[in-house]
Design a protein around this ligand. Structure first.
Ligand SMILES: Cc1cc2nc3c(=O)[nH]c(=O)nc-3n(C[C@H](O)[C@H](O)[C@H](O)COP(=O)(O)OP(=O)(O)OC[C@H]3O[C@@H](n4cnc5c(N)ncnc54)[C@H](O)[C@@H]3O)c2cc1C
Length: 703
């Protein structure tokens, strides 16, 4: 039987997920011949990483977490490891050790001129990520809102007080430790009991409300307004002076306002699309949130986490209220096991690598070093041709033979540069930037792929911001495509990874590993990466004692400069270098007081940064750290700005019957720029072609 030929353009998470679906079982593998075309030397897209330098340091575009609510992503990952395990492959480590649970959300806030810390320890649960999946009903949103009210006010604030980070610290007095030993377990049980009761109670209330129907929404909203008024009467003024009261006041005000907004806008009946056009902060203000609440860190943290600032400008936050609510609820209240996970060797080596290897073993073909230039429609609703450049030929002569990994510490990992020995290029012609949109390198233009001969169906899995270059003829023809590209510009971002010769405790951090956000712009988000030193190859005694990644938005033009603007990456990299210097010289003390110099509590003590290149102590030490501008169409973070959901095209309706779409920018129902949205969309594209998988978890978010 002739197989149906499917080409997938782009090997980011979405393209890999499409291939994963199309090759899921032997029946499908007998029916579909799948080939992925990918520019440059590696898979992963915005989740790619690479090993650099003699220390094999893992470098990438910023902070990367998988959240416990990522039902599709974690299922794909778990199955990939399992499948590899069945064929005796253990080149990527054990699945059980690959995910590092993270239960501590930490917010920073400038309160009365001082940076304050708001730690929110989250509970864990017994659900298994990637195994237990489930869809949400509208009523669940209401239930979850009520849960959040209790969680935030009692679970978080009280819970934190009840669960001190390390009660048995040996530097505490013996008597205190003895008291803790008795009191702490009791407090722990009480705090968990409060948590469990709150879940029970809120489910009951939510279900009752649902039964009563929407005529009661306004009555409940009024009740919440009453409660909010009491909170204001009691706490609003003192909350201006006392940090703890600020936390209680704003949490309660936020929770009431969200409830009021959801009920007034009839979200339980209409779904979250009812508030998708509203900007999140503006929506809270419309429903009467206090000024302090609008400025509270649990609001800004959602913007920071996904760089939701128009054109990367911190003065222009923009996030859809509907999508924010969905993301908050999914992240905080539907996680399986833990709120979030870091990956032992980061997202590229721990997640993308095994998925790639699993696909390859299933018979999916990969053509690296193939850059797509033009997707050409015919007269009707079919794509007729795809024009492709082969950037570099392989010495083997077989374009599918490239072996992309190197081995570090016995594990297969992605290098930060191509494996040159497999490429037919003299050593003096080795372009460093083959995976950059702005590379000046040009290889050989291949005869175009033709419908019927080379492909029967295609999956477009390249970033939306790159479509003006590769889909110009489609854009000329279709207003919907033009609207999509115009309304989903994405944002650029910047990152620095710092290698400290000081432990987290030395730096002044005494709580468990946090996911910290809402700090000083432009580097508002901090991820602790100390665990990476174990999988890198530092000389004995020279390994960093802690590693930190900071991340934030980067101002850039509304639409990316064209590929001919080859100096653009350098311009943006220079900006990041300057921003990093400013940050280290002015803002580091508010996050790591122990990293500062005695002479200035805000500025870094350069000697605390690791340097194996012999740079003198001083700003030259930045040369050993990793700084990066994520610029151009391939690196833009997809952001769910208010009112843009309607401009996304779904995977299964591109307006071209032989082309499916896959990417975090599609109408995949998980509209935050994320691995999960990308994986869901890839599975949706696969389903349209081959019917598998029947169900993609998390699709009925009401968006
Ligand atoms: C700094 C940063 C941090 C992030 N952190 C997180 C996080 O913590 N958690 C999370 O869930 N998400 C995170 N994300 C988002 C996540 O990385 C993306 O949502 C996801 O990678 C999108 O997958 P995709 O397949 O849709 O697109 P991409 O990842 O962009 O993949 C597209 C692929 O197409 C290829 N391609 C493009 N043009 C061509 C061409 N012309 N020819 C051939 N190939 C081409 C690209 O090289 C790439 O491999 C982060 C994103 C960024 C930028």
């Amino acid at each position: 039987m002739n197989k149906t030929k499917v080409v997938i353009l782009g090997a980011g998470p979405a393209g890999l997920a499409a291939a994963y679906g199309l090759s899921a079982n032997q029946r499908l593998r007998d029916r579909y011949d799948v080939t992925i075309y990918q520019a440059g030397w590696r898979a992963g897209g915005k989740c790619a990483s690479g090993r650099a330098g003699p220390e094999n340091r893992i470098v990438q575009n910023g902070t990367h977490y998988l959240f416990g609510c990522y039902d599709s992503t974690l299922a794909v990952m778990r199955n990939a490891y399992a499948e590899l395990g069945q064929t005796g492959v253990n080149d990527f480590g054990d699945y059980d050790k690959s995910l590092l649970p993270r239960d501590m959300l930490a917010l920073k806030h400038r309160f009365r001129g001082k940076w304050r810390l708001w730690p929110i320890p989250l509970p864990s649960n017994t659900s298994v990520p990637g195994l237990d999946t489930g869809n949400l009903r509208p009523v669940d949103y209401l239930s979850m809102f009520l849960q959040m009210l209790v969680t935030f006010v009692l679970g978080a604030n009280l819970g934190h007080k009840l669960r001190p980070s390390s009660p048995f610290d040996t530097d505490r007095p013996m008597a205190l430790r003895a008291i803790y030993a008795v009191v702490w377990p009791v407090l722990l049980v009480v705090s968990w009991a409060i948590w469990a009761l709150s879940l029970l109670f809120t489910h009951l209330v939510a279900d009752l409300l649902w039964l009563c129907g929407d005529r009661h929404y306004l009555s409940v909203a009024k009740l919440l307004s009453g409660l909010r008024a009491i909170n204001r009467g009691l706490l609003q003024r003192p909350a201006q002076r006392i940090w703890t009261l600020f936390q209680v006041f704003t949490s309660f005000d936020f929770a009431c306002t969200v409830g009021i907004g959801l009920l007034r806008d009839k979200v339980p009946a209409l779904g979250l699309s009812a508030i998708e056009n509203d900007e999140f902060t503006a929506w809270l203000a419309k429903h009467g949130a206090a000024e302090q609440t609008l400025a509270a860190p649990f609001v800004s943290t959602w913007y920071d986490a996904v760089a939701a600032y128009e054109d990367g400008d911190p003065a222009k936050p923009n996030l859809s209220a509907g999508v924010s609510m969905m993301a908050i609820y999914r992240a905080l209240l539907t996680f399986k096991g833990h709120f979030a996970f870091q990956m032992r060797a980061e997202v590229g080596d721990t997640f993308v690598g095994p998925v790639y290897e699993c696909l390859r073993r299933r018979g999916v073909k990969f053509r690296f070093f193939h850059r797509v230039w033009d997707i050409i429609p015919g007269d009707g609703d079919l794509i007729n041709e795809i024009s492709i450049e082969q950037q570099v030929a392989l010495t083997s002569g077989d374009p599918e033979s490239y072996a992309p990994f190197i081995t570090v510490g016995g594990l297969k990992v992605w290098p930060e540069a191509p494996n040159w020995d497999q490429l037919d290029l003299p050593p003096d012609q080795r372009p460093a930037d083959l995976d950059s949109f702005y590379t000046t390198w040009r290889g050989q233009t291949l005869p175009p792929l033709r419908r019927g001969r080379d492909f029967d169906a295609l999956v477009l899995a390249m970033p939306v911001a790159s479509l003006p270059t590769s889909c110009s003829r489609i854009l000329e023809r279709s207003e919907k495509w033009r609207d999509m590209v115009k309304n989903l510009p994405g944002v650029e971002s910047q990152t620095m990874r710092l290698y400290f010769d000081a432990t987290l405790q030395d730096l002044g951090w005494n709580l468990p590993t946090p996911i910290l956000s809402s700090y000083a712009m432009p580097f508002a988000t901090w991820e602790d990466n100390g665990h990476l030193a174990e999988v890198e190859t530092w000389p004995a005694g020279k390994a960093p004692k802690s590693i930190a990644t900071l991340f934030g938005p980067l101002p850039a033009p509304h639409l990316s400069p064209p590929h001919t603007d080859t100096g653009y990456p350098q311009t943006q990299n220079d900006v990041v270098t300057q921003n990093t210097l400013n940050f280290l010289q002015n803002d580091i003390g508010g996050i790591w007081p122990g990293a500062t110099a005695p002479s200035d509590p805000n500025a870094i003590d350069w000697a605390k940064l690791v340097d194996l290149h012999g740079n003198p102590t001083g700003p030259a030490r930045m040369n050993f750290q990793y700084l990066r501008a994520n610029c151009g169409p391939l690196q833009r973070y997809t952001v769910a700005q208010a009112g843009t959901a309607k401009h996304r095209l779904p995977s299964d309706n591109s307006q071209f019957s032989n082309m499916m779409l896959a990417g975090d920018w599609t109408q995949n129902h998980y509209l935050i720029g994320s691995v999960e949205g990308a994986i869901m969309s890839g599975l949706q594209a696969s389903r349209k072609i081959c019917g598998y998988p029947e169900i993609v978890p998390g699709e009925n978010t009401g968006l």
